[in-house]
Design a protein. Structure first.
Ligand SMILES: [Fe+2]
Length: 405
């Protein structure tokens, strides 16, 4: 092992890490009908169901409501107006509805925005305040003057309808501040959902373009997580198996939407791929993507699909220890062992993105060069920038945006 790897702690025995994945995951077929039976085991009785208008139109809400009531629980209210990106106003409205209707639990049925909205609404419902008051990691109330166990929120169950975000098992939520044109994160153990139900029936109506974009978000979590400064052995195990599943299932899940096994395996891959963020952030593809989402409304998965290749090239050129980690990824995806890993892996990801029918350049999704200074401001302050394996300055981030344009 090189001395460099020891210096950067990308190998060997790490001085410290923590890993937490307490969500009870149930995965398989025909699980929507037992949503109530399962959620009752987490203490839920009277539920606020959080979803969006797109899901409402698919008929999934009715199936889940039937499943909840079959288990003897009550859906006291449904909030179905979560926008593409969750924001402080929408979570305040959900929290207010929870208070007015006297619920004791939340059930999120949707993609990342729906699940993140439910997480933060639950936080406001329990502890009050506005979403932005809780920005940052590890700021939620704990017992014993802040030194004890996290104060529990109401039980939250998630049924993801996209396979990508991993929010159903993660400790963080991403919220958009529309006024400030940025996205910020709230992360703490109490936000981790109690139950995640992974059933391919919930992604059966997912359009191929969204399956592709959200699948690339999962791939970004696995690759960025595996090379992050915050790498750890527990998360590595999850990230690498997530990559195997993504390599074997993503294209089929997009091109053959009726392939229940591929769709189901992508749900499992997404829940595994988020493991590197179990106690922290990931890397600068996410920093770049949060900013273009906040300033230009680019969907998160599409933004990650565009940014991941340029970030791989940038990071892999930053040192042998980082390149070695990308070689693990590359080998796992079946790429040849010879040659420079950065450009080779980046090109592999680019061709995958093209084959999925997604855009490969920011200029294709409405981002203009004049916007780069504002984007850099958002990206440099993002929590994900701190744990990127290669230090990225404002000028580096500007250059990455230009390369992706
Ligand atoms: Fe993501």
């Amino acid at each position: 092992m090189s001395g460099f790897a020891d210096d950067r702690q990308m190998g060997g025995f790490k001085d410290f890490y923590q890993f937490s994945a307490p969500t009870r995951v149930i995965a398989g077929r025909d699980l929507l009908g037992s949503a109530g039976f399962e959620f009752a085991k987490e203490g839920a009785r009277r539920i606020l169901l959080v979803t969006d208008a797109g899901i409402r139109a698919t008929g999934l809400v009715e199936r889940v409501v039937d499943g909840v009531t079959d288990g003897g629980l009550e859906v006291a209210a449904i909030f179905d107006a979560v926008p593409q990106d969750s924001d402080g106003d929408v979570v305040a409205r959900i929290a207010a509805l929870a208070g007015e209707t006297g619920v004791d639990s939340f059930l999120a049925l949707g993609g990342g925005s729906v699940m993140d909205s439910a997480k933060v609404a639950n936080l406001l419902f329990t502890h009050g305040g506005a979403a932005r008051d809780w920005e940052g990691f590890y700021g939620l109330p704990r017992a014993d003057g802040g030194a004890g166990r996290p104060l529990e929120l109401a039980p939250l169950a998630c049924i993801p309808t996209t396979a990508g975000t991993g929010s159903e098992v993660s400790f963080a939520a991403v919220i958009k501040d529309r006024g400030a044109q940025l996205k910020y994160q709230i992360g703490d153990h109490a936000l981790i959902p109690r139950l995640a139900i992974l059933d391919p029936a919930s992604t059966a109506t997912l359009p191929p373009a969204i399956a592709a974009a959200t699948g690339m978000d999962a791939m970004a979590h696995a690759i960025e997580g595996y090379v992050s400064r915050d790498w750890n052995a527990h998360a590595d195990a999850c990230a690498l198996h997530a990559l195997r599943l993504i390599g074997a299932n993503l294209e089929r899940a997009v091109h053959e939407p009726g392939d229940e096994a591929a769709r189901g395996n992508m749900l499992i891959a997404a829940a595994l791929a988020i493991a590197p963020t179990s106690c922290g952030a990931i890397g600068i593809a996410h920093s770049l993507s949060h900013a273009v989402g906040a300033c230009f409304g680019v969907p998160h998965g599409v933004a990650n699909a565009i940014h991941l290749p340029v970030v791989i090239e940038f990071n892999a050129a930053g040192g042998e220890d980082v390149a070695a980690r990308y070689r693990d990824v590359s080998e796992l995806l079946g790429l040849p062992g010879a040659g420079e890993v950065g450009p080779m892996l980046a090109e592999h990801v680019r061709s995958l993105v093209r084959s999925l029918g997604l855009p490969t350049r920011l200029s294709q999704v409405g981002v203009v060069e004049a916007g780069i200074p504002l984007l850099v401001q958002g990206a440099i302050g993002d929590a994900c920038t701190l744990v990127n394996p290669r230090e990225a300055t404002a000028e580096d981030l500007a250059e990455l945006y230009r390369r992706a344009l």
